[in-house]
Every structure is written in structure tokens, then in C-alpha cells.
Write a protein of this length. Structure first.
Length: 117
């Protein structure tokens, strides 16, 4: 059974930092494309970034967010710096088996990030 469990969300002031973790079980994260998405109230879910061999990012977070992976812990991280109020959203960890797939196969339950101005 595959499980993705996010943690690390919370309330932070603008300009602050948070690190989200996604603990993966039931699959080997290094063999999958691990993605981070977010969904703000009233908005569609949007891609934040992903990692397989090297990370890639949405333009809105490039230079501020960093995705990394600890293979020994089978855990993926999203380091978020210089946070802005518009980064407020529920953040989801996800996994897909191939870079050629458009859809992600597995999703976590999400963790709330709130950035105050």
C-alpha cells in the first residue's frame, strides 16, 4: 500500500521559511517522479515542482523553493524561502511512475501553509 504523508506546514510571516516533508512508503521515491502541488482556496491545483533526476520548478517559485530527496529515508522535501502571502495553500506531495505520464498516480493528504503579510 502506497502512502505519502506530508508534514511541516504552518503559519509563517511573509519573508519567512518552511520546510515540508513527504514520507513515502510502499514505493521507492528515487524510482518515481515526486511532485509537489498546491491549491489555494477558490483556485485550481497548481504544479509547484518535481524531482526525478534533477528538480524542476514552476516559474512562480523558482529561486525561492528547493526540492530535495533523501533516498535513505525515502523522503522528499520542499524547502520554501522568502515566502509570500500568495504562497498560502494546501501543499500536496505526489508520485508518478514515469516522466512521460501526465497524471500523478499517488497523492498525500496535504499540509496547510499560511503566509501572513
Amino acid at each position: 500500500q502506497v502512502q505519502l504523508v506530508e508534514s511541516g506546514g504552518g503559519l509563517v510571516q511573509a519573508g519567512g521559511s518552511l520546510r515540508l516533508s513527504c514520507v513515502v512508503s510502499g514505493l521507492t521515491a528515487s524510482n518515481y517522479v515526486m511532485g509537489w502541488f498546491r491549491q489555494a482556496p477558490g483556485k485550481e491545483r497548481e504544479f509547484v515542482g518535481s524531482i526525478r533526476w534533477s528538480p524542476e520548478y514552476a516559474d512562480s517559485v523558482k529561486g525561492r523553493f528547493t526540492i530535495s530527496r533523501d533516498n535513505a529515508k525515502n523522503t522528499v522535501y520542499l524547502q520554501m524561502n522568502s515566502l509570500k502571502p500568495e504562497d498560502t495553500a494546501v501543499y500536496y506531495c505526489s508520485a508518478k511512475s514515469s516522466i512521460w505520464r501526465s497524471e500523478y498516480d499517488y497523492w498525500g493528504q496535504g499540509t496547510q501553509v499560511t503566509v501572513s503579510s
